[in-house]
Design a protein around this ligand. Structure first.
Ligand SMILES: NC(=O)c1ccc[n+]([C@@H]2O[C@H](COP(=O)([O-])OP(=O)(O)OC[C@H]3O[C@@H](n4cnc5c(N)ncnc54)[C@H](OP(=O)(O)O)[C@@H]3O)[C@@H](O)[C@H]2O)c1
Length: 308
């Protein structure tokens, strides 16, 4: 009898877990021949899977990464899996604003098109500082991408209709921005939440300022994904979280689906400035939809990165 109960309990748990991990695939089959896509942090996790998916559709894909050796290896894998030779890597360290400026200069010199920019790279809650003295989460996740997007905006406008897709996380809702302390670096989880909230405001304000100029902006929560982010933590943490990830988190390929959806779909294009989860528009908490805060963050970020 006990054996029967155990088997039933296992079966039910298996089905519940399967249901919890159920996610939508991007069903839009649009090709991207002749289009250029730039993906930050495309050498692992969600970024790499996005690169494979978009290269398969015929896009010229550039992954912008900080570790050249790892990026070269990823390029070989992306080419192999997508059956496309149209993939390359370029070096950028989003934790260093000079590196971002140099990268953009080089990119604009080499690449004549930019149709889709995917602001994917991200650091989890790590209490460290960037080369410019910002907290790592705020500096890499928000400021690095803020500067990069602004420096490439002209090219995006030239190639209109073009899109910017920025990665956030649904845990944005556990924090609010403190404009007296944007560089907050006290509790790792909260630092990450704030940087992901900043990604949301950034995407909304970008949609606002580029309205009518052919550039649209979307922000995506990819789901909770079994990616490489735990590599920044201790072995014990990795072991513990590894078990939870295996049970509840989705694969990187599934995590990339909503990113790909926002990059290609005509349906998504109807929701400029929107927040997307599981290949459809989702609702943000009211405080995360405040255009006044989005504008204030944009202006503060311009000052911080010295964008004149
Ligand atoms: N995994 C999840 O459950 C989850 C949930 C919600 C949102 N997200 C978001 O999804 C995005 C992708 O994350 P992921 O899960 O795929 O994590 P991941 O596997 O750790 O990938 C993150 C990428 O960002 C790059 N990166 C980090 N710091 C950088 C820097 N200073 N300059 C340039 N590149 C840098 C990493 O490069 P290195 O390999 O050199 O470190 C890596 O390629 C992130 O924005 C994350 O916040 C993830």
């Amino acid at each position: 009898m006990y054996l029967l109960y155990t088997i039933i309990a296992c079966l039910v748990s298996f089905l519940v877990l399967k249901w919890l991990k159920k996610r939508k695939h991007c069903t839009d089959t649009k090709r991207l021949d002749g289009k250029t896509v730039l993906i930050t942090g495309g050498d692992s996790g969600v970024g790499k899977e996005t690169a494979v998916a978009l290269a398969r559709r015929g896009a010229h894909v550039i992954i912008a990464c900080r570790n050249v050796e790892k990026a070269e290896k990823a390029v070989r894998e992306i080419k192999f899996r997508s059956h496309s030779l149209n993939v390359l890597q370029m070096e950028v360290d989003l934790a260093n604003l000079r590196s971002v400026r140099e990268f953009c200069k080089k990119f604009l010199h080499i690449e004549k098109r930019l149709d889709i920019l995917i602001n994917n790279a991200g650091m989890p809650g790590v209490l460290d500082w960037t080369d410019d003295g910002f907290s790592v989460c705020f500096g890499v996740n928000h400021l690095g991408h803020f500067l990069l997007t602004n420096l490439l905006l002209h090219r995006l406008k030239e190639c209109a209709p073009s899109r910017v897709v920025t990665l956030t996380c649904s845990i944005y809702k556990y924090q609010k921005l403190d404009f007296q302390d944007l560089n907050y670096n006290l509790l790792p989880f909260f630092t990450y939440c704030r940087s992901k909230l900043a990604n949301i405001y950034f995407s909304q304000e970008l949609a606002h300022i580029t309205e009518g100029k052919g550039v649209t902006s979307y922000v995506v929560h990819p789901g909770f994904v079994q990616s490489g982010w735990t590599c920044h933590f201790s072995f014990l943490f990795r072991l513990l979280v590894g078990v939870i990830m295996r049970m509840f988190f989705v694969s990187c390929e599934m995590g990339a689906q909503t990113v790909v959806y926002c990059a290609v779909s005509d349906e998504a294009a109807k929701h400029n400035g929107g927040y997307f989860v599981d290949c459809r528009p989702a609702t943000l908490r009211p405080f995360a939809r405040d255009p006044g805060v989005a504008k204030k963050l944009w202006e503060a970020s311009e000052r911080l990165v010295k964008l004149s």
